[in-house]
Design a protein around this ligand. Structure first.
Ligand SMILES: C[S@@+](CC[C@H](N)C(=O)[O-])C[C@H]1O[C@@H](n2cnc3c(N)ncnc32)[C@H](O)[C@@H]1O
Length: 171
């Protein structure tokens, strides 16, 4: 998750973050001055300095609560490691994955500070190219990386986007 450096204003938000390590890394990176907020369907043992919400990120009310946890701050980094529970129907799983990534992108467009960063887990497949094109409209630098730990046949990759073009926010 925090394969991306938390930036100077030390504020990051995260989704799909259990087990613990992504939040702990974010916490360690932003230090105690910083803010780390997270959401997941699954519960999380408390981590000092991490504001965690157990909830469904696809529910608008939960997203509102998550934004409130930022206390009016703009985020430096938005990171999503969310993935749907695999149904075994590849097309269904792919469309659900893209839908989660789209919602994470929409959230990042709403809360990121100019030049902010966005990281999201994705699967190659239907909707992937269109999603990357959309991200490129809002961020100067976009890279796709396959995690070292990922099996060679896995379609899992991480998209990392930097230098948020805040001017594009309204579009
Ligand atoms: C692949 S796991 C990530 C686990 C962890 N970050 C890791 O790398 O070990 C995906 C996580 O996304 C969460 N998730 C999936 N859909 C979600 C949703 N709609 N709202 C919040 N969390 C969601 C799941 O509960 C799960 O914890």
């Amino acid at each position: 998750m925090n394969r991306h450096h938390c930036l100077e204003r030390q504020c990051g938000s995260r989704f799909g973050r259990s087990p613990r390590w992504p939040s702990e890394i974010a916490r360690n990176r932003v230090g105690h001055q910083g803010t780390v907020v997270g959401i997941d369907l699954l519960p999380l043992e408390p981590i000092q300095g991490v504001s965690f919400l157990q909830g469904d990120f696809t529910e608008p009310e939960q997203v509102t609560v998550l934004k409130d946890l930022l206390n009016g701050k703009q985020a430096d980094v938005v990171m999503s490691d969310m993935a749907p529970n695999i149904s075994g129907i590849p097309m269904t799983d792919q469309l659900r994955m893209i839908a989660l990534a789209e919602q994470a992108l929409d959230f990042s467009l709403a809360v990121l500070q100019p030049k902010g960063a966005f990281v999201v887990k994705l699967f190659h497949g239907v909707g992937f190219d269109a999603f990357v094109i959309k991200v490129r409209q809002h961020f100067v630098n976009v890279r796709i990386r396959k995690p070292k730990a990922s099996k060679s046949q896995s379609k899992e990759v991480y998209l990392s986007a930097r230098n948020f073009r805040a001017i594009m926010r309204a579009q």
